[in-house]
Design a protein around this ligand. Structure first.
Ligand code: ZN
Ligand code: ZN
Length: 72
């Protein structure tokens, strides 16, 4: 996943990500790229996974549609 401002990789988990390159912080909303529903989020052992109950599929962050909102 890349920073909308500088194009470098951003890191984080769940819906919060930050860019080490330009210092921006992002809240990311994921929607299923197939059905456009919000996937449910399951957090376990520090890992966060997304599951679309409509498609009955485990989603990857890379494939889903993303909406970036900048945080300060
Ligand atoms: Zn950046
Ligand atoms: Zn879906």
């Amino acid at each position: 996943m890349t920073c909308p401002e500088c194009g470098q990789d951003i890191y984080g988990k769940g819906s919060h990500y930050s860019c080490e390159s330009c210092g921006s912080k992002w809240k990311v909303t994921f929607t299923c790229e197939v059905c456009k529903n919000l996937p449910s989020v399951a957090a376990s052992c520090g890992a966060v996974s997304f599951f679309c109950e409509t498609c009955n599929t485990l989603k990857s962050r890379e494939s889903m549609d993303k909406e970036f909102v900048k945080e300060n």
